[in-house]
Design a protein around this ligand. Structure first.
Ligand SMILES: Cc1cc2nc3c(=O)[nH]c(=O)nc-3n(C[C@H](O)[C@H](O)[C@H](O)COP(=O)(O)OP(=O)(O)OC[C@H]3O[C@@H](n4cnc5c(N)ncnc54)[C@H](O)[C@@H]3O)c2cc1C
Length: 387
């Protein structure tokens, strides 16, 4: 196999999953991650359907993922007096297996750390393709040359910006932001609750995170690596809210984990440019769309498998990877979770709540989600047994 030195940017889900498969296929893999260490946190992410399960099983982590899974419980949709208006069944918010994003990232890291090089606290500053490789410079480390470079650095991908162009050309803002926080003040509960006012939502004690926020907004200017600034933006968005919102927002100052991002969708025609290719949210992200993690894991499996099948010929491999993922990832090009989680008017909130009383409708929505998640025929890419 040729093209065996690979640099991956991003150590969340897509990056370590790809590192796992590339190493199995005989590559020498380096993963660079901007955060100083593996990032914990994030809400629960889910897997559903045979395609996801097959890849997890082939990676040998299906049992471990099941062992670490979080229980999907029901959510009470409440009004400002705390009265339950409707109930979202657990099966609707979680998939077949639900696991915390941080736990999944840690598991994938554990499986690859001894075999791949991980560099934390650094980021790529330039990519220059030459005839035989890509010359890479870093914020901190010395320049290096790799055969191939992969952007697995999420919806705001740095690699995509450097190799394809500015984020504004490829990422559509969908009019909402979301935030997740671990706040002790909220206390444990057996059911989660979700409170809505037009254009804003707060959920507590969910499978997702102890506090979960979604709010409609114009695009906001902020530093994505400055949680204190983000908390101030969130507090402003929830000014004047009722129920327990003022107390919950006040508790954010002591939150052990906090994450805020826009709800956005990646819209890009090709996943590869020369020796640089994108995988996971960087290529087909749709925030809170419910498919990001499964797509990332399946995408990593197919990308590494096609490279091995093509003997390292990146042009052939990237084309085949794109052919397979384009159709499968189509689901990520639809839908916007924002108006569903934070409907814009009281009438829409009531309509959304009513929907959860219609069992048949719910069943058909779950069936559709499963069908999308299973919509790929996975090839078997033989890899030597892991050492
Ligand atoms: C902290 C965190 C919390 C999340 N919480 C949720 C959630 O609650 N719900 C949900 O649906 N999805 C969440 N996501 C996104 C979810 O993980 C993805 O949709 C999905 O799992 C696909 O993963 P990915 O690896 O492609 O992208 P991501 O999980 O977004 O990972 C991208 C990785 O690249 C790193 N990175 C970013 N910039 C650079 C750079 N310049 N150089 C090197 N590395 C860089 C990031 O730190 C991150 O580790 C979260 C992601 C993160 C990082």
């Amino acid at each position: 196999m040729k093209n065996t030195t690979v640099l991956i940017s991003g150590a969340s889900i897509a990056g370590p999953a790809l590192a796992y498969w590339l190493e199995r296929h005989g590559c020498t893999v380096t993963v660079v991650e901007k955060a100083p260490a593996l990032r914990p946190g994030g809400q629960a992410v889910d897997f559903k359907g045979p395609a996801h399960m097959t890849v997890l099983a082939r990676m040998g982590i299906l049992d471990e993922v099941r062992r670490r899974q979080t229980g999907g419980h029901d959510t009470d949709l409440i009004d400002a007096d705390g009265r339950t208006r409707a109930v979202i069944p657990g099966a609707f918010t979680g998939g077949e297996i639900e696991i915390s994003r941080g736990d999944l990232a840690a598991l994938l890291y554990e499986r690859t750390a001894g075999r791949c090089e991980y560099v934390f606290g650094d980021s790529i500053t330039s990519l220059t393709e030459t005839a035989g490789g890509v010359h890479v410079t870093f914020e901190r480390g010395a320049p290096r040359t790799f055969d191939l470079v992969v952007g697995a650095d999420g919806i705001h991908s740095n690699v995509r910006r450097l190799a394809f162009g500015p984020e504004a050309d490829y990422v559509r803002f969908l009019g909402h932001y979301y935030a997740l926080a671990d706040i002790a003040a909220a206390g444990p509960a057996v059911r989660s609750v979700m409170y809505n006012e037009p254009g804003r939502m707060v959920s507590l004690w969910g499978n997702k995170a102890s506090a979960f926020f979604v709010f409609a907004s114009e695009p906001l200017e902020y530093d994505r690596w400055d949680p204190d600034q983000q908390k101030r933006l969130l507090a402003r968005a929830y000014e004047g809210a009722r129920w327990q919102v003022p107390e919950i927002v006040a508790a954010l100052s002591g939150a052990s984990e906090f994450y805020l991002d826009s709800i956005s969708r990646v819209e890009i025609d090709h996943y590869a440019r020369g020796r640089v290719v994108l995988v996971g949210d960087a290529a087909y992200g749709n925030t809170l769309g419910g498919f990001g993690t499964g797509l990332a894991v399946v995408g990593a499996y197919v990308l590494a498998g096609e490279l091995a099948a093509a003997g390292g010929d990146h042009r052939t491999a990237f084309r085949r990877y794109e052919e397979q993922l384009r159709g499968y990832a189509k689901v990520a090009r639809k839908g916007n979770a924002g108006p569903f989680l934070a409907p814009p008017t009281q009438a829409r909130i009531t309509m959304r709540n009513q929907m959860f009383k219609r069992r048949l409708l719910l069943k058909s929505m779950l069936w559709t989600a499963d069908r999308f998640a299973s919509g790929i025929d996975l090839a078997d890419y033989p890899a030597p047994p892991s050492r």
